[in-house]
Ligand binder design. Structure first.
Ligand code: HEM
Length: 488
């Protein structure tokens, strides 16, 4: 009986695989005679439109993946983009040299925000040299000093909350994280004397960026005009601070701005006011929405999963027994459960849904089924981490919030291999702010857990897909009541 069932299952699987393959017409690359990825044309996309409207992007990605496999090209009105789904086909995407696979022109929209002479206004080699300054500015030895400033900002901020109340945590976190950036990155001139002005200029700067700005970054629409004015004002403020710090005999500050001011180019020359201004704006921008959204998603997930909320709370009680009230870099490193809770929130809600690259040279990808495809030079490439992070052969019950999947013994992302978890990108352009981001989210959530009883009052937030960086839709209302966990 069981052998009959097994035989039927094998035959059905073989027929289904055969049919699936037959449905994918294969085109060969005329030069190499190797197959090109199957093409999803307008008609196939239209077939998925009703499902896109009712079930959303992830369901449609799942359908396309099931039908076309892990490498396919979407062709729409002459525009072609090839999706690479899963770690097996992503190594070159993430690790390839910039001369072979580049970040393309997509980030051109950041030039009016960060200014000339930095970021995507300059060639790859110079940009790589500049990235070194960023990496050094927030490396572990420096990060240790920033933890104190983060803790101080967080304590001061929540001290202003009442005994109980209800707040929009997304808004609260945006303001608090900017205060932390003010302290750790921008420095005391901004933090103490002009925080509100700089905060609203950053707001103008990034509210000028919509999906349309990615395609037409320079059209003179009102939001772009506001963005440009905000940049000019920020450039003036930071140039003045840089000049004044260089001219003064005061002891050097400990913030990232000071580090960038003191950095030297490879040829020994000093960094310019324009460069320092562009870099500091880009660092704040890189961490602002990403951190706000991640901190909010973490809260929304924790407050809707009692089991993990209790585990995270117990961990804080344990931390208090072990280290007292004191929080420093090592104490934060010790918070493994909170770490997994944040990591899992980011797996399910990566703030960058898709990463883009352009093939500067052709290359071959091999799928886990053993198919090989040519990716020709000039192809636009997309790594859909919103879907990659949910592959069922890597993540058990991928639609469930289950931080334990990252705990020792399971470690599903490590078992899945390199590029299984890409919420912070990977390889050559992996996020340089990952450790910094975890530190600030942990400082915030450990403080909240220790000092407040919290309840999510609004429904679990939907994703706002209209933003470049995915964020929780609308307000995320949480009620709070002060409490004090027993001290050691
Ligand atoms: C939870 C918070 C954060 C998330 C989810 C995040 C995510 C990412 C991702 C996915 C990338 C890769 C982009 C690509 O490959 O094209 C990236 C790159 C980058 N991130 Fe973050 N980021 C976060 C926080 C930060 C912070 C706080 C900073 C700085 C203070 C930062 C600085 C950067 C920079 C400079 C890059 C560019 C690296 C390169 O091009 O080589 N990020 N980030």
């Amino acid at each position: 009986m069981w052998s009959m069932v097994a035989l039927c299952t094998i035959i059905t699987a073989m027929v289904t695989t055969k049919l699936a393959r037959v449905r994918r017409p294969i085109t060969l690359n005329p030069k190499s005679k190797r197959p090109l990825p199957p093409v999803v044309n307008v008609i196939a996309l239209l077939e998925h439109l009703p499902r896109l409207c009712t079930k959303g992007v992830i369901a449609v990605m799942h359908d396309l993946y099931t039908r076309f496999g892990s490498v396919f090209t979407v062709s729409l009105f002459g525009l072609k983009a090839t999706f690479l789904v899963g770690p097996e086909v992503s190594a070159h995407f993430y690790q390839g040299m910039d001369s072979e696979i580049s970040q393309g022109d997509l980030y051109e929209f950041t030039v009016p925000m960060f200014g000339k002479g930095v970021g995507f206004d300059i060639d790859n080699a110079t940009r790589t040299e500049h990235l070194r300054f960023f990496i050094d500015a927030i490396k572990t030895s420096k990060l240790r000093n920033h933890v104190n400033s983060m803790v101080q900002e967080v304590e001061d901020y929540f001290a202003k909350w009442g005994e109980n109340g209800i707040v929009d945590i997304k808004h609260e976190f945006e303001k608090l994280l900017m205060l932390i950036s003010g302290h750790c990155l921008l420095g005391k001139e901004v933090r103490d004397n002009m925080f509100d002005e700089v905060f609203s200029l950053f707001h103008e700067l990034d509210s000028g960026v919509g999906l349309g700005s990615v395609i037409f970054p320079y059209i003179p629409i009102p939001s772009h005009i506001r963005r440009d004015k905000a940049h000019t004002k920020l450039a003036k403020i930071f140039s003045k601070i840089v000049r004044s710090r260089r001219d003064s005999n005061r002891p050097a500050e400990q913030d990232v701005l000071q580090y960038l001011i003191d950095s030297k180019h490879r040829d020994g020359s000093s960094t310019t006011e324009q460069e320092v201004t562009g870099w500091i704006i880009s660092m704040v921008f890189a961490g602002k929405h990403t951190s706000t959204n991640s901190t909010t998603w973490t809260g929304a997930c924790l407050l809707t999963h009692d089991k993990f909320l209790t585990e995270a709370l117990d961990e804080q009680k344990h931390m208090i027994q072990k280290h007292g009230d004191h929080i420093d870099y090592n104490v934060l490193l010790d918070m493994d459960i909170l770490h997994c809770c944040i990591k899992e929130a980011l797996r399910m809600h990566p703030v960058a849904p898709i990463i883009y690259r352009k093939a500067q040279k052709s290359f071959v990808v091999r799928t886990r089924e053993g198919d090989a495809y040519d990716i020709p030079e000039g192809h636009n490439l997309l790594s859909p981490m919103i879907f990659n992070n949910r592959l069922p052969y890597i993540y058990k019950d991928p639609h469930m919030y289950d931080p334990d999947r990252f705990a020792p013994k399971r470690e599903e992302d490590k078992v899945g291999g390199m590029f299984s978890y890409t919420s912070f990108g990977g390889g050559r352009h992996i996020c340089i702010g990952e450790a910094y981001a975890y530190m600030q989210i942990k400082v915030i959530w450990s403080h909240l857990l220790r000092n407040f009883e919290l309840k999510l009052e609004s429904p679990f937030p939907k994703t706002n897909w209209s933003k470049i960086l995915l964020e929780p839709w609308g307000k995320v209302m949480v009620s709070y009541k002060r409490r004090r966990l027993p001290t050691a």
